[in-house]
Design a protein around this ligand. Structure first.
Ligand code: P6P
Length: 344
């Protein structure tokens, strides 16, 4: 029988590799894992407790807020605001920054999160997920955290990950030393290490994109997609980013949500830089993959707004780079020599 390693034990082992570590980041990651267990319990019971469905509210993204969205957001805020570990938080569900209430001490870290991504799938029992990233504050210690603390390049991320609420609940994270996956054992309430040192397989199996929007894409992306089809990749698209990313992380493939002309008010694609693209790009790069906006690495983008959107190409490094080749006009349909070795 393999060693049984809980996520807490793993956090501590990772911390030991940083002699200067004070244990604060470890505690933040533990609090996020605890929030994940609580949210997992609620997503499982949602239909039974009539908290399925919508609140009637519209969030800052102009999207209908599901009751579980609201619950997940509140759970993460409540579990983190009083600990004295954070200077400020920001959420995909909240318009501005989430300051630490005056009655609590202010800490050195910033927590950015999408409390329940893919929530439109909740009513259809499709897997959904929470996504997070942790960064060091840039504003002076002891002062209230600021929006600038949140508007940092993804390259500054200290740790990031997601909790996937699917057939099993999994937490996948990286603190910059490998990407590691844990599965929740509901009987003991512990996340146990099941996927150590995840690396994106070099041989791609899947491509993931909403082809229902194909007519709204740039011609280069239409050709890129035909190229992927010629490589006999399977189309797998759940419409829940965490699930689509997780499958490609483990099985090998590329996910993309390109810019499209569908809605002129949203010209850069639907996904949010801070809450979805940066944390997953951090994981992808630490798993040997890549993530770009089609032109440059996601992690190098300098955010100008808390809810900034960006096109996203993420997963298998060669397939992500191929998208850039098409967008720069360096690749055209039919030139296959560049990535034949990736998929044959
Ligand atoms: P579409 C869910 O709402 C989400 O933000 C991501 O989880 C998912 O990848 C994307 O939107 C799906 O968007 O336009 O294909 O339905």
């Amino acid at each position: 029988m393999d060693k049984v390693i809980t996520i807490e034990r793993h956090f501590l082992e990772q911390q030991k590799q940083h002699p200067e570590a004070t244990g604060v980041l470890t505690s933040i990651l533990y609090d996020i894992a605890l929030a994940g267990k609580i949210i997992s319990r609620e997503t499982t019971r949602a239909a039974l407790e009539d908290i399925l469905g919508l609140t009637g509210r519209i969030n800052v993204q102009g999207e209908e807020v599901a009751k579980l969205d609201q619950y997940a957001n509140a759970a993460i805020v409540r579990l983190n605001q009083y600990t004295g570990r954070l200077a400020v938080m920001a959420s995909e569900e909240v318009n501005g920054i989430i300051p630490i209430p005056d009655e609590f001490a202010v800490g050195r870290y910033v927590l950015l999160f999408d409390p329940l991504d893919g929530s439109s799938n909740i009513d259809y029992s499709v897997s959904i997920g929470s996504i997070f990233s942790v960064l060091r504050r840039t504003s002076p210690e002891g002062t209230p955290g600021t929006e600038e603390d949140c508007l940092q390049r993804g390259r500054n991320i200290t740790a990031a990950g997601y909790i996937l609420y699917g057939p099993s609940t999994m937490m996948v994270y990286s603190a910059g030393n490998g990407v590691h996956g844990f599965t929740l054992d509901q009987t003991v309430g512990e996340f146990l290490l099941t996927h150590p040192n995840i690396r994106i397989p070099r041989k791609a199996k899947f491509y993931s994109v909403n082809q229902g929007y194909e007519r709204y894409w740039a011609r280069e992306i239409q050709e890129y997609t035909q190229h992927l089809q010629h490589l006999d990749l399977k189309l797998r698209y759940i419409g829940s980013l965490v699930s689509d990313f997780h499958r490609n992380l483990l099985g090998g493939g590329v996910f993309y949500y390109p810019a499209d002309s569908r809605d002129p008010s949203v010209p850069h694609g639907k996904l949010r830089l801070l809450y979805e693209c940066n944390p997953l790009a951090f994981l992808a790069e630490h798993a040997g993959g890549a993530a770009t906006d089609g032109q440059q690495p996601i992690l190098d983008l300098v955010p100008a707004d808390l809810h900034q959107r960006t096109p996203l190409f993420i997963g298998n490094k060669e397939l992500v780079e191929l998208a850039g080749d098409y967008l720069r006009g360096e690749q055209a349909l039919g030139m296959f020599e560049r990535i034949r070795e990736v998929t044959v």
